[in-house]
Structure formats: structure tokens, C-alpha cells
Design a protein around this ligand. Sequence first.
Ligand SMILES: Cc1cc2nc3c(=O)[nH]c(=O)nc-3n(C[C@H](O)[C@H](O)[C@H](O)COP(=O)(O)OP(=O)(O)OC[C@H]3O[C@@H](n4cnc5c(N)ncnc54)[C@H](O)[C@@H]3O)c2cc1C
Length: 385
Amino acid sequence: MPFPDWTEEHQAFRETVRRFAEEEIRPNADKWDAEGNYPSDIFPKAGALGLLGVRMDPKWGGSGLDYWYTVILVEELVRGRDIGAVVGLMVQSEMATSVINAHGTDELCNEWLVPAIRGEKIAALGVTEPAGGSDVAALQTSAKLDGDDYIINGSKIFISNGARADFVTLAVRTGGSGPDGVSLIVCPTNSKGFSVGRRLEKVDQHSGDTVELFFDGIRIPRKNLIGQEGRGFRYIMGAFQGERLVLSTMMNSVCRDVMEETLNYIAQRKAFGQSIGSMQTWRHRMADHLTDLEASESLTYRAADQLVSGDPQGEVTVSMSKLYGAEMIRRIILDCAHAHGGYGFMRENYVARCTRGVQNWGIGAGTSEVMREIIAKRCMKKAAT
Ligand SMILES: Cc1cc2nc3c(=O)[nH]c(=O)nc-3n(C[C@H](O)[C@H](O)[C@H](O)COP(=O)(O)OP(=O)(O)OC[C@H]3O[C@@H](n4cnc5c(N)ncnc54)[C@H](O)[C@@H]3O)c2cc1C
């Protein structure tokens, strides 16, 4: 399926998200970026429209839809032009909650997932640690059983939503070294011994809170374990598919928006008696970028299609899609900013602001090197059999 076969239901959902992005995010995007914060009330607003539980079980208030709706959600949210807020919403609706939906007990879902889908409780995902993020199987934050409680000690870093979260879907070590010692636990942030460290000053996504978290002898009831002990690494790896699809779609959508803005700009802007857009050097560059973007979108849609149909190849395709997108976005954004001349360096210009984030897209949800490893491993295995 080269392109999604969008139905009326998809279009209706798209309209809902577009209106939300146009009304709630876009008018505030410049302000939130300048102030370095967005208000937490966008969570209940998004929740009321059903945007925070798109793929979640209807039993918990979700819509029970598939990844195509996640793609639409991201494509339209990005048009709001505040990536910090979009990341926050997507951590809530996909990254921190999908594992609870998939593996949590009814009690856990009732207590944490239901309010998260409504936007009444805010979620964060705590995997990365100061000693490293790529090697998830080596994480050190420990959770030791003491009676019916886990005692948690350790720290996390770069945690999105971390300052405003009501709970953290937390990766901990409950067993020995390696992947089989990793588990996932719901950690309420009002627990004694929990603290939020520095709000990290990011180069981009200024409005989003990305922080250090500390766990100092926190006591968490055993019932907060998500799924089975020792299965956390597998759960995280499974959830990464959705995260990578989200990030791939975000990159495409940022590029699509920036391309449209740039094509309009160079059609109007004149130099040496002609529009910049009529000069062959820019016409050809834009043609290259549109081709690049079309290729990237096709790859992302193919990944979505495979993930929806349960094709195991989806893991490789979504990694390719994230890798490709992270390389593409550098080419497109930097060139589009350049096409704006001096305005392409002004903070008030959204295209210029997008240049701040170009390097980051190859980091979150697995770096580009990790993507290459996944792709290579699968290809080598295939070649060897
Ligand atoms: C804005 C932002 C938001 C984030 N939000 C969250 C969040 O909400 N929750 C969360 O848990 N984490 C979050 N992260 C963390 C992110 O997932 C990690 O930064 C990422 O996984 C990389 O880990 P690291 O920074 O420790 O880099 P490292 O793992 O130390 O890697 C450093 C460099 O070495 C390379 N490298 C590592 N292994 C290999 C290898 N095998 N072969 C070749 N090269 C390799 C990497 O690609 C990278 O270039 C966020 C990060 C950012 C920047």
C-alpha cells in the first residue's frame, strides 16, 4: 500500500486534531517558546477530544484505533508549531502509557491509565539514566522487594514531562544484569523520596520540561509493577515501535510545514528583479527536498502499514524511517532557513526556530546509530539464513 487509504473517519479525526492545534497551540506557540513553558491545561483539553487515548483500549476510555490515527494525530499537532508541547502530548498519549494499556492489571489501568487518557493525570517515561540511554539493558536504577513493596533507588535524566508528571512509567532493575533484570513500574511522583532535579536548558523545544529525576529509597507497592517482573526490557522495545513512528511522522510534518512556508516565501521574495523561487538553483533545491520528503513520508506510511498489520518487518521499516527522517530533516530545514536569507536567522521566524532542533531528531527513541544497528542486525541475520 504506497499511500494510506484515508477514509471519512480518518478525515473527521484529522479535522478534530487540526482544530485543536489551530485553536489551542498555534496562537500560543511563540509565547510558549519565549517563556519556556506551556500550560498543563492542554492535557485535559486534548483528553476531552479523545486525543490522548487513540490506540488505548475503550475499556479504559481509549478509542481502540490503530497507528494510522497516531500518524494523523502527530501530523496535525505539529501544525501547531510548538514541538515542546507536541512532545509532551505524545509522551502522554503513546510513550508513557502504551505499556500500561498493553500489560497493566485492571487495577493499574483504572488508577493511572484512565485519568491519563482524560488528561487529568500527566505521565512521563523514565528510561534514560545519567550513565547512558542507548544501552537500555544496562540501566541501574534498582527496585528491591521488601515485603509487598519495591524500594527504588537511582536517577533518570532527559525525562520529558518530568517536572509536571503525576506518575512516571519507570524502568528499573529488579533482577541481575542484562535485559532480563529490567522491569517497569508505575511510580507516583508524590511518593516520599521522589524529587525533580534540574529543568534542563535545551537547545530547542524550549516550552517542554525535560528534567533529571531522583529516587531515594522510594517505597512503591508491588501492585504497581507493569506486567511481569523481568519483562520490562521487552515491553520497552515493543513500545519503541510506536515512539519511532511518532518521531518519524513529526520529522516529516515539520519538513512539510517548513517546505510550504519556504515555497510561499521564495515565490514572493525578489532579488535582481526576479523572485528567488524562479531561480533555477532554488527551484532545483526545492525539487530535491520535495522528492526527499515524499520518499520519507512513503517510508513512514509503509512502517505504519506494517505495524498495523503486525508484520514483523515493521520493526526494521520504522527504524529505517526514523533514520532516514533524521538525516532528511537536517538537509531540508537548514536549506529552507537559508532560502529566507537574514530572516532565516531570526527567532520570530518559525523556519529559523526549526534549525535549533535539527540535531536532536537523531537522538530520542533510539539514536541513528542504534537504528543502523537494528537494521543491520536484521539484514545480517537474513543473509546468514
Ligand atoms: C529532548 C529529549 C527528550 C528526551 N526524553 C526522554 C524521555 O522522556 N524519557 C527517556 O527515558 N529518555 C528521554 N530522552 C533520552 C534519549 O532517549 C537518550 O538521549 C538517547 O536514548 C541516547 O542516550 P544517551 O543520551 O545516553 O546517549 P549515549 O547512549 O551515551 O550515546 C552517545 C553516542 O554514542 C552513540 N552510540 C551508542 N551506542 C552505540 C553503538 N552500539 N554503536 C555506535 N554508536 C553508539 C550514540 O548514537 C550517541 O551518538 C530524551 C532526550 C532528549 C534529547
